[in-house]
Design a protein around this ligand. Structure first.
Ligand code: GLN
Length: 483
């Protein structure tokens, strides 16, 4: 039963082959048995899951239907869940029980999804390896000595290991697409404003966006359908109708114009990944797509710009964690300043502190123009590059990551080496565009992802291309040994 996709689960439940309660029990037992190897969950919510599963079964018995009704999922542990610990992977929030549900959590619960637990993540979503969590590193099910990617690494490892069919993630600079690539999943970062950020603990508010991680594009369509939509509680949420994503999966790719940026194939890219990307292009050509070389001339400036803007916003967002209102408070503070300093110094890990310092520096008087303002100008140039490219092509295709999953600890002493792994993903966040990563093959037994980018609100096009690709390839069906 654990091999079933969301789409197959929906059919099985509709045909009464099994109940949501039976399925939930099977998956909870599987998590208990296998997750100790992976560390992909921070909290399990067995009681809630069984209550939700029984309620979903009752709704089906009353004639209700729906692709998510009774479907087991998990949430990255930065989506607020009422009465349940929402830790953000940090000691700072280890004792924090959210007083309300995030919009994404509430919407999926209303659609009948069953929450099995909260998944592990890099502390405050800062990272590309899931090694900065207060709850310990997550392991990649394809090779337990390697990282699963980050920051949604817990969601990715759990889905890849067939502990559950799908999970939510968030993507500020690649944290859905990159772990999807490194664990052989399909992951979608929607257009900025497509999915509500209300109740999603903020890292960098102008870049953060929630989205689905699953094994197939078909399942990402189902989960995104339940997550997307206007939310008056989020002032950056966009009031655009949500199309039927599952309905657009079967569109023909005849004449689809695919742009491949020449800057993507520089020296930093593993040549074996480059070859797999070329193979995926050939596959799409067979389906009728027309391929063209394009240029994104400002791409080289994306990492420096992102690593100014994201820490700047983080330094501001994380100022609310002061030891006073909620979260960690140090023992025996001698005065207010000591309370602030020690609560933050003891509650935040090293990477979070590094980013707060970089961000506060970039925003400080005297440096603001040189760093923050400059980075914002680069951000606009990157967006303009994409706008020009999308005048010529329908989709941009390239690698999701320059390398396959690296060994645990390999980049710990050099944060910049980890930042460089984000080179292909962060441009979409800077521009606010939707992006998807899907399985494209293996290097040394480790999965490789191909990334597709589309114009604003064209999530349906990304899912359509990925679904057609998956009907004609079987990379996404491969299962890690031992799981
Ligand atoms: N690796 C990037 C960072 O550390 C992206 C993280 C994310 O998307 N949350 O900022």
């Amino acid at each position: 039963m654990h091999q079933l996709t969301l789409a197959e689960i929906a059919r099985g439940l509709a045909d009464k082959k099994f109940s949501s309660e039976e399925l939930t029990k099977v998956l909870l037992a599987r998590i208990a048995q296998l997750d100790p190897q992976l560390n992909s969950f921070i909290s399990l919510t067995e009681d809630l899951a069984l209550t939700q599963a029984k309620a979903a079964d009752a709704r089906r018995a009353n004639g209700e239907s729906g692709a998510l009704l009774g479907a087991p999922i998990a949430h990255k542990d930065l989506f607020c869940t009422q009465g349940i610990r929402t830790s953000c992977g940090s000691k700072m929030l280890d004792n924090f029980k959210a007083p309300y549900d995030a919009t994404v959590v509430a919407k999926l619960a209303a659609a009948g999804a069953v929450t099995l637990g909260k998944t592990n993540m890099d502390e405050f979503a800062m990272g590309s390896a899931n090694e900065s969590s207060y709850y310990g590193a997550v392991k990649n099910p394809w090779n337990l000595e390697h990282v699963p990617g980050g920051s949604s690494g817990g969601s990715a490892a759990a889905v890849a290991a067939r502990l559950l069919p799908a999970a939510t993630g968030t993507d500020t600079g690649g944290s859905i697409r990159q772990p999807a690539a490194l664990t052989n999943l399909t992951g979608l970062k929607p257009t900025y404003g497509r999915v509500s950020r209300w109740g999603m603990i903020a890292y960098a508010s102008s870049l953060d966006q929630g989205g689905p991680l699953a094994r197939t594009a078909e399942d990402c369509a189902i989960l995104l359908q339940g997550m997307a939509g206007f939310d008056p509680n989020d002032s950056t949420s966009i009031d655009e109708p949500v199309p039927d994503y599952s309905a657009s999966l079967n569109g023909s790719l005849q004449g689809l114009r695919i742009g491949v940026p020449k800057e993507y194939f520089s020296a930093g890219l593993d040549p074996r990944i480059a070859e797999l990307i070329h193979n995926s292009v050939k596959e799409l050509e067979k389906l009728g797509a027309v391929v063209k070389e394009i240029s994104l001339p400002n791409m080289q400036h994306a990492i420096p710009a992102y690593y100014v803007i994201a820490p700047a916003e983080a330094s501001s967002n994380l100022s609310r964690f002061d030891g006073v209102r909620f979260g960690y408070r140090c023992e025996n503070p001698v005065n207010l300043s000591d309370l602030y300093k020690r609560s933050r110094g003891e509650g935040f890990g090293a990477e979070v502190q590094r980013r707060i310092m970089v961000g506060a520096y970039a925003l400080s008087a005297g440096y603001y123009d040189a760093y923050y303002l400059k980075a914002q100008k680069i951000r606009r140039l990157i967006k303009n590059d994409f706008m020009a490219a999308f005048n010529e092509v329908d989709i941009i295709l390239g690698p999701t990551t320059p390398n396959p999953a690296w060994k645990l600890g390999a980049k710990n002493s050099d944060p910049v080496a980890a930042y460089l792994e984000d080179v292909y993903t962060i441009t979409a966040n800077l521009a606010g565009l939707p992006g998807l990563s899907m399985p494209a093959g293996f290097v040394d037994g480790l999965p490789v992802g191909v990334q597709l980018l589309a114009p604003y609100f064209q999530e349906g096009r990304l899912l359509n291309v990925a679904h057609q690709y998956q009907l004609n390839t079987d990379w996404h069906t491969r299962t890690p040994t031992g799981f």
